[in-house]
Design a protein around this ligand. Structure first.
Ligand SMILES: [Mn+2]
Length: 306
């Protein structure tokens, strides 16, 4: 398998559970080939793992002791330098192999393009899957700067190339004209878009509930592009987009989405070199811990802190 394991001290949270005991597997997919603006997301898996070691492990939303559950840290996918097609093939192979182990999986990107091969693998394992994406952008272009496979086209490729899937796009406050007309004409069963600007309102939450309704029973893959958040909280991203929401608001929305049918979560587009404070990487690690807590609650795993 195309995996490069890391030394124990470099694992997420600083320790790795044995695969047999682990509920969660975490792995890096440091793809950073098609960045159109600010590269560096290949450094994100290391930065998020490093930051995670300094966080406390009682979850805020669910009062769960993550330390007693832990993650099996598999290491990073070994990618083919400069070759996006081969790199995506390898991500797909590895994700599919991991999914056959019947664990919940967290993937540390990498650019958003990783969601295409990962979700393809997911759709091989689970029938009629649902993808829930949190993103400032639509990533819905047919092509971008003459290329079909990159972080600006990834959602469009998923809709085109993965049959029998549903997609809910949360956020999308920055769409091109081409993307707006695509959203308008796209069949509702293919793609539902809930827009969020600056603040999560009652309408946003109701909109999300409605959009996700048909996905309730479906196996779900949740993709979190960190640029969904306001650049004030997450400046270290490839393409910062002003007028985003606060981290707590993202977690409230995730709390609405996470149920026992969520099997994969990816967190993408962190570019550590643009955030010398490391706040973006810390926030990424925190989001993973809180989401893991929400998943454990939905699975009725009770290991309370308080
Ligand atoms: Mn994106």
């Amino acid at each position: 398998m195309y995996i490069s394991p890391a030394a124990e001290k470099h694992h997420f949270l600083g320790f790795s559970k044995d695969l047999e005991e682990a509920v969660f597997i975490i792995m890096g997919a440091p793809l950073d080939i098609s960045a159109s603006y600010r590269g560096g997301s290949a450094e994100a898996p290391r930065a998020v793992r490093e930051a995670s070691k300094s966080l406390e492990l009682c979850t805020f939303f669910t009062n769960i002791d993550i330390e007693s559950v832990g993650f099996h840290d598999l290491g990073d996918v070994v990618l083919a330098p400069g070759d996006i097609i081969e790199s995506m093939n390898r991500i797909e192979q590895v994700v599919y192999a991991v999914l056959t182990k019947e664990r919940r999986l967290f993937i540390l990107g990498g650019e958003h393009t990783i969601t295409l091969p990962s979700f393809k693998a997911f759709a091989k394992k689970f029938k009629e899957p649902c993808l829930v994406v949190f993103d400032a952008h639509g990533d819905l272009r047919q092509e971008y700067l003459g290329s079909r496979y990159n972080h600006a086209t990834v959602l469009r490729r998923i809709i085109d190339e993965v049959p029998h899937r549903k997609v809910v796009l949360m956020g999308a406050r920055a769409l091109s004209r081409e993307e707006v007309s695509y959203v308008k004409t796209a069949n509702d069963s293919k793609l539902k878009v809930v827009q969020v600007l600056s603040k999560v309102s009652r309408e946003t939450k109701d909109g999300l509930s409605k959009a996700i309704e048909e996905c309730r029973e479906a196996p779900k893959y949740v993709s979190i592009d960190m640029d969904f958040l306001d650049p004030a909280y997450a400046p270290g991203v490839q393409t910062p987009e002003p007028l985003g929401v606060m981290p707590l608001e993202l977690l409230e929305l995730l709390n609405q989405v996470i149920d026992e049918n969520v099997y994969v979560v990816d967190i993408v587009e962190i570019t550590p070199r643009y955030d010398p404070t490391e706040a973006t990487a810390f926030l990424g690690a925190k989001i993973i811990i809180e989401v893991a807590g929400m998943m454990l609650r939905s699975m009725n795993v009770k290991v309370s802190c308080w």
